[in-house]
Design a protein around this ligand. Structure first.
Ligand SMILES: NC(=O)c1ccc[n+]([C@@H]2O[C@H](COP(=O)([O-])OP(=O)(O)OC[C@H]3O[C@@H](n4cnc5c(N)ncnc54)[C@H](O)[C@@H]3O)[C@@H](O)[C@H]2O)c1
Length: 378
């Protein structure tokens, strides 16, 4: 059995619970939330043991009760302090995204973890999913020749006009709209494609981004100036170029297109672990260049990973990341690359988010490690 504990039992914690059900070898020791009403609701619904404080959860009197990994599912503004407290108590941490809202805090977490031989890494983990791994395999097999350009869209529709006050998680947590608007869609969502692109194309060298706040006064009498739209062009060390857009104004579009010199790879939804990967070829008919009307599906043969059905906006297994970290711990493998991956993700995401304040071109200080495909995706 692998042992975990959870801090933060809000909206996303329910999605983790359904995902963790697909990994019966992962046992949840204790859970904690600073909101006692929410903690009680969650522990009753899922039949879990509450802790009375973070200290009790990270440093239990009995060594048998020490978790192998702590999931930090608190709000982004609390990630740094909570992860730091866990690391300082000698615990490994898997944090929801972002790793930290300031880059200096992300570096601090990385330093504490590496000095102590601990793990710090962050969500999203959908790059470990069937769809992302299938895309990578198609690229490695040169199904579209040499990839040159990516268009990645993470538009979520006009969210401020959606009935978001009615959105509840399975055990009754309200969707935290105020925090979502304050944190902003870029910090919340860019990682859903950035992780895939970093895994496939490596380090981003340069970010040229712009962001804006388009819908003012999202919540009356609440000062929010976070961008609700961003667009960035990413220049990878490998020469690849990608354009990524995040927003909560334009109609829903979570598509990805990888354009190669021999065709195009297409995906229509990043939040579906089993979305189809399609290859569209281009050819010449007489004097015309034509992109085929039919796109062929590219599939991995055999079993991939445990799936969870759609809940709300996503059909994603949120436990893929924690399960990967726990298996690395059990095998005694180094996990420094996971910390480096999270650090680079954080830097690129912040560069896009903070483009409002930037002069345009931002050069990255961190680098992305080389990752290996999942064993079932070779
Ligand atoms: N809402 C979603 O659909 C969704 C999806 C994927 C990822 N996420 C990510 O998950 C994280 C949590 O989001 P959420 O939607 O569950 O938010 P939420 O507000 O519903 O839940 C967060 C919980 O953390 C608790 N908390 C905050 N600070 C704490 C602290 N210092 N100690 C203990 N508990 C603390 C809060 O009381 C709250 O119950 C965010 O990083 C978000 O980006 C959310």
């Amino acid at each position: 059995m692998a042992k975990i504990s959870i801090i933060g039992t809000g909206f996303v914690a329910d999605l983790y619970m359904r995902s963790l059900e697909t990994y019966p070898h992962i046992k949840i020791l204790k859970v904690f939330d600073q909101n006692p009403a929410r903690l009680s609701m969650f522990t009753k619904f899922w039949n879990l043991t509450p802790a009375s404080s973070i200290e009790e959860l990270v440093s239990p009197a009995n060594p048998e009760d020490r978790p192998d990994l702590i999931l930090n599912l608190t709000n982004p503004g609390a990630h740094y302090a909570v992860s730091k407290q866990c690391l300082e108590a000698g615990r490994n941490v898997y944090s929801e995204k972002p790793l930290a809202t300031k880059m200096e805090d992300a570096f601090d977490l990385y330093d504490i973890a590496t000095k102590r031989g601990l793990i710090i890494t962050s969500a999203p983990c959908s790059y470990l999913s069937e769809v992302a791994q299938t895309l990578w395999l198609a690229i490695r097999q040169q199904q579209i020749g040499t990839p040159l350009l990516v268009y990645a869209e993470l538009d979520d529709d006009f969210i401020t006009q959606a009935p978001y006050k009615k959105w509840l998680s399975e055990s009754g947590a309200p969707w935290p709209y105020e925090d979502e608007f304050k944190v902003g869609c870029t910090l919340e969502h860019a990682g859903y494609y950035l992780t895939w692109l970093m895994m496939i194309f490596g380090s981003v060298k340069k970010v040229v981004a712009a962001s804006a706040e388009l819908v003012k006064n999202k919540i009356p009498n609440t000062e929010i100036t976070t961008p609700d739209f961003s667009t960035a062009t990413l220049f990878f060390e490998s020469g690849m170029v990608a354009r990524i857009t995040c927003g909560i104004v334009a109609p829903h579009n979570h598509s990805l297109r990888v354009i190669g010199d021999k065709g195009i790879l297409e995906i229509n939804e990043s939040w579906n672990n089993i979305a189809k990967v399609k290859i569209r070829k281009r050819f010449v008919v007489r004097r015309k260049l034509v992109n085929s009307l039919f796109a062929r599906r590219f599939k991995i043969k055999g079993k991939t990973h445990p799936k969870v059905p759609r809940r709300g906006a996503a059909a994603m297994n949120f436990a893929l990341g924690p399960a990967e970290v726990l298996s690395a711990i059990a095998a005694g493998h180094s996990t420094t690359h996971l910390a480096e991956f999270a650090l680079h993700l954080n830097e690129v995401t912040l560069a896009i988010q903070n483009a409002l304040d930037s002069t345009g071109v931002q050069l990255m200080q961190t680098r992305c490690p080389t990752l290996k495909p999942m064993p079932w995706a070779k």
